[in-house]
Design a protein around this ligand. Structure first.
Ligand SMILES: CC(C)(COP(=O)(O)OP(=O)(O)OC[C@H]1O[C@@H](n2cnc3c(N)ncnc32)[C@H](O)[C@@H]1OP(=O)(O)O)[C@@H](O)C(=O)NCCC(=O)NCCS
Length: 184
């Protein structure tokens, strides 16, 4: 399987929405109930076109189809789509704030093939190149399994309220990015 990573474009949005829905419904099924997943889709789990405009959202393309997506952001919004309940478009300061890692979704047909790690590496490298020293994310219980092995430490457990009265448990996690190589 040949995979390339490229910035997402507005034309990708319909395929991204389908990928996110499939990812949530299949890969999160052991961690969240059906109703938690359905009420989180759209606002908490969805596409943020501003990240595409910022050119900080990436897709992995395997055999001509989008197999995974995810991004990083220098904006304060911690998670979610353009209708995220936590929307905050302010710009972060790389000297003092952690860059956000957001909306990492792998298509179920491509799970456990290293694509989540590939997108995460791409995001961390881009955030570091933009001057950030730390990254931070709001992890699903599914994502925690990946992020722990990628060096993320849990900071806080959060219950995100859903519009049906239920909650979605998630975990805020952070990582210190390795220092720049100054050997040459
Ligand atoms: C979380 C997610 C992005 C992981 O993507 P992935 O491409 O399957 O992850 P990788 O193949 O890069 O996994 C790397 C390592 O992380 C760990 N890991 C990842 N998923 C795991 C799981 N479900 N169970 C246990 N360990 C897991 C393993 O150590 C794995 O290495 P291994 O496969 O050699 O054992 C994917 O499951 C997903 O899209 N989930 C649904 C959407 C979601 O909740 N996203 C997170 C938003 S914060």
């Amino acid at each position: 399987m040949e995979t390339i990573v490229r910035p997402a474009t507005a034309e990708d949005i319909p395929e991204l929405r389908a990928l996110i829905q499939a990812s949530v419904n299949h890969l999160q099924a052991t961690d969240y109930t059906e109703s938690q997943r359905q009420f989180a889709l759209g606002g908490i789990f969805g596409v943020d076109p501003l990240m595409i405009e910022d050119r900080t959202y990436f897709v992995a393309v395997s055999d001509s189809r989008i197999s995974a997506s995810g991004g990083w952001s220098r904006r304060a919004t911690p998670f979610g789509s353009d209708s995220s309940p936590a929307r905050d478009d302010r710009m972060l300061d790389p000297q003092h704030n952690a860059a956000k890692i957001r909306a990492l979704f792998v298509h179920p047909s491509f799970a456990r093939h290293g694509l989540g790690s590939l997108i995460l590496n791409t995001c961390e490298a881009a955030a570091k190149a933009a001057g950030f020293r730390r990254t931070e994310l709001t992890a699903t219980l599914t994502g925690v399994k990946l992020f722990r092995v990628r060096g993320y430490e849990p900071v806080e457990e959060i219950l995100l309220p859903l519009s049906n009265g239920e909650n979605l448990p998630v975990i805020r996690m952070t990582k210190q990015l390795p220092a720049m190589d100054t050997a040459h």
